[in-house]
Design a protein. Structure first.
Length: 454
């Protein structure tokens, strides 16, 4: 009996994939016990481990990483002499934000308008399902031609570095000839894309104190130093009038060479309101892939509901700085810290705490693995050639793996195309993208194994 083509096999497996993704999305696996119970992450980790065991993986283990979370590891031996490929995804997710803004429950996979909605559907629980689909298709069509290691991280979204530190302490565990990071995405749905660069990141919390306690704004306002007003002035110093990031000492003039992002497309993808201008200067690709970008992601201050007429004694903010290739994230952290301390007004007491950090990444797109992936994507997306793009987000583990295994080729693919709205409300995944990328990954593993034969 002749084996079916990989594409037909993957298509037949899609109902099972949807059911499994629904089970995995149901876990509220936010790696922050202040938001959801730690048991949710532990249950998701056990689900991933059981899935690997079902697929015949050996040495399946829950790795207790230094940040208090668990990563899941498994090994699937291939033919003698075959190369080893490491497949990466993460099972932790971002908080759902305002659950009332979701059109369906965030932890319940829901089909609507041809897409599957749910937190983590694309980023990155869908990435783990993609790996399973590719391996199942190969097993049904002659077997998996490479040895496979899978690592599913438990705290990627928190940026706390648990798996990075674990890998550094156990470098033999994840050694591989090539590494496929399933946590990126196509430039847009239907256009096969590998991610050539990632911005790194640093995350800081800054706290300002000006008074021993809040004061009546009528009795003291106008002379008493308001910590919230000081915080607003400090945060405003991080951008100029165009919205360009202005951290003292951090250069902001790099140009992106390669696939461009038309402004009209970006406005549509980002859902920018009519009449509202984009921020920064240069091309859109320059701004989101090649240059640093600061974002205030949270402020602790009184909500409008229940607010009292008070001068605030303290204020706190959390700041994310995306760091492009060519910059060192540790140095950027120092520059941002120094900027915050130097621009704090009125002599307010300032305390800066580092929350997370990860280095930027740049891939070698001329390597043999990229040739094998280009051939695979050409077959999975008929009529389309693989493109290389940047990604403004961060995957700190990439640089750790690159440092530990300098001979390994690292490729980044995934399901997080613009319509997926990862990190936002109503995150979703395109089942067509899941199907085609699973086909592409299966064909890549086959192509890569052939390229390594003597």
């Amino acid at each position: 009996m002749t084996a079916r083509p990989i594409s037909e096999t993957v298509a037949s497996l899609m109902p099972r994939a949807r059911a499994e993704l629904a089970e995995l999305v149901a876990f509220q696996s936010v790696a922050d016990p202040a938001v959801f119970p730690k048991s949710e992450c532990e249950a998701a980790a056990n689900w991933v481990a059981d899935a690997l065991r079902t697929e015949g993986f050996t040495d399946v283990a829950l790795l207790d990483t230094p940040d208090g979370t668990q990563s899941v590891y498994g090994f699937l031996p291939g033919p003698a002499g075959a190369p080893t490929v490491l497949l990466y995804a993460h099972y932790d997710v971002q908080p759902p934000l305002d659950e009332s803004a979701w059109l369906s429950p965030p932890f319940e996979l829901t089909e609507r308008d041809g897409r599957w909605f749910g937190r983590g559907a694309a980023d990155c629980k869908g990435g783990f399902i993609m790996h399973l689909l590719a391996l199942r298709a190969l097993k049904a069509n002659g077997g998996v031609p490479v040895s496979v290691k899978v690592i599913a991280e438990g705290s990627e979204e928190q940026g706390t570095g648990g798996l990075e530190r674990y890998a550094e302490a156990h470098p033999e565990l994840l050694v591989a000839d090539t590494i496929v990071i399933g946590d990126a995405g196509n430039f847009r749905a239907g256009l096969p894309t590998v991610t050539a660069t990632l911005r790194g990141m640093t995350m800081l919390r800054v706290k300002l104190d000006t008074l021993e306690g809040n004061l009546h704004s009528g009795q003291f306002g106008g002379a008493a130093p308001d910590a919230l007003a000081a915080m607003i002035q400090l945060l405003a110093s991080l951008r100029d009038e165009n919205g360009t990031t202005t951290v003292d000492g951090l250069t902001d003039d790099a140009d992106w060479q390669g696939l461009q992002y038309p402004e009209a497309d970006f406005r549509r993808d980002a859902k920018v309101l009519d009449g509202v201008e984009l921020i920064g200067t240069g091309t859109v690709a320059d701004r989101i892939w090649a240059r640093p970008a600061v974002t205030v992601i949270g402020i602790d201050c009184p909500p409008c509901v229940g607010a009292t007429p008070s001068v605030q004694a303290s204020a706190r903010a959390q700041i994310s700085l995306r760091v492009p290739p060519g910059h060192d994230a540790a140095e950027a952290t120092k520059l941002l810290t120094a900027h915050l301390e130097a621009h704090t007004p009125w002599g307010a007491r300032v305390a800066v705490e580092q929350v997370g950090q990860g280095q930027p990444f740049q891939a070698d797109t001329s390597s043999p693995a990229y040739t094998a992936m280009a051939d695979a994507m050409r077959d999975a997306y008929p009529g389309q050639e693989m493109q290389s793009a940047g990604m403004g987000g961060s995957i700190p583990l990439c640089n750790t793996l690159g440092s530990l295994y300098p001979e390994a080729e690292i490729l980044l693919i995934g399901l997080s195309e613009p319509e997926a709205q990862i990190h936002a409300v109503n995150e979703s995944v395109s089942p067509e993208e899941l199907e085609r990328l699973s086909v592409a990954e299966a064909l890549f593993l086959r192509n890569y194994a052939e390229s390594k034969k003597v």
